[in-house]
Unconditional design. Structure first.
Length: 173
């Protein structure tokens, strides 16, 4: 592995962790906006460096803001799956961002109701776990298919990818 590739992984891991911890009041809970998740769609552009970085970053951030071992283990697995889906579907970026949101919503929402009371979803009487899954999926869609997709499109600009490639950074564009 080249130094630039390792550096890219460390940068994404650090960015994810810092965004997660610095924005902890809105990054955790039954209604959240995990802004750090906007980095996950960049797996379509940078590949395994982002996949590894956001996975490690999630592990570190969830371990720092400790909710329990479920959050550290399953939240990390959710990020790994989401980023891998986005990388695999990188030719259809928006679809990839939308579909990548669902593993996070389903996995994290599937256990987060243990730690927090579920949110009110449009006044519907839903089971706790399903209300949490809906809430976290909506949050992930905003972060990944909204903010993350815009970030991905901006960084996919040919002048940016050309500059990155000239510095030895491999991109999938």
């Amino acid at each position: 592995m080249k130094t630039s590739e390792l550096s890219l992984t460390v940068v994404f891991s650090s960015l994810y962790t810092v965004l997660l911890v610095a924005l902890a009041p809105i990054s955790y809970g039954p209604i959240q906006l995990r802004v750090a998740d906007c980095l996950i769609p960049l797996a379509a552009l940078f590949g395994w460096h982002v996949i590894t970085g956001v996975t490690i970053g999630c592990f570190l951030g969830n371990a720092y803001v400790w909710l329990g071992p479920q959050d550290v283990v399953f939240g990390t697995i959710a990020n790994l799956i989401a980023a891998t889906i986005i990388f695999a579907l990188r030719k259809r970026q928006f679809l990839a961002c939308v579909l990548g949101s669902f593993p996070i919503g389903i996995i994290v929402g599937g256990y987060l109701w243990i730690f927090f009371p579920p949110p009110d979803i449009f006044g519907l009487q839903l089971p706790m776990w399903s209300a949490m899954i809906i809430s976290i999926t909506i949050s992930s869609l905003i972060a990944m298919a909204g903010i993350g997709y815009v970030l991905l499109k901006a960084l996919s600009n040919s002048s940016i990818t050309t500059a990155l490639k000239s510095r030895g950074v491999k991109t999938y564009s």
